[in-house]
Design a protein around this ligand. Sequence first.
Ligand code: SF4
Length: 260
Amino acid sequence: MSDARALARAYLEQQRLMGGDAVVLPGEHPTSSPPPPPHLNGDARAPNPAVTAFEPPPPGLSFDPPAGDLFSTDPIQQAADLLAIDRLVADCTKCRLCESRTHTVPGEGPADARLVVVGEGPGRTEDATGRPFVGQAGELLTKILAAIELPREQVFICNVVKCRPPENRAPQYDEIAACTPYLFRQLELLAPKVILAMGGTAAQALLDTKQALGALRNKLHRFRGIPLIVTYHPAALLRNPNWKRPTWDDVRIARRLLDR
Ligand code: SF4
């Protein structure tokens, strides 16, 4: 098989994983499942030869909120691991969102995750289950991660606010300010290689900016020195499928940063 044909098939498979229609290349049986290209086999952390010429996007914003110190009396700064953060969040009443929550949703994923995905806040299903990014938007996120060869189980997934805003409204400024210390401590403990901010709320909270999502995309930002890429929230993609293509561009950048 020619390289061009293999590349075309890999591209179409990635588009299908992102939610596009299945496309059958001429000469292939429509029901057959094509074998993955070589870089989809084996260890997802293996360098992909196709990315050796990767040019990162231009530098964007840097945000360096102060890290915790050994002598802090703040229990969030003293939290020694992710479970300790979960316990603090479970008892938290620092903002009004505690009044209507069913479950807190601190986030989930392995402590050694190299990619952290940050969304806005829990929705109805997340509030009911205590898990982030479940339901339709969560399924789409799982597909997006699969498209960059990252099983969801290898990624830490969380939100800016850990309790559901009523009627799925956007979290308000004071709620975000009250909750981000948990997120920042999680990121400090995780020390991932790349952060993917999904949606304007996550991007603005992590970069301490009011800039719109459109202005923040396609730049290599940094949070405490960690590369941070901004893209659309999966819930927004469900409303506007035209954003799938730019999202695909963004997550491929995140993947390439992981491969470096
Ligand atoms: S949203 Fe955050 S700050 Fe507000 S009550 Fe929940 S955990 Fe606490």
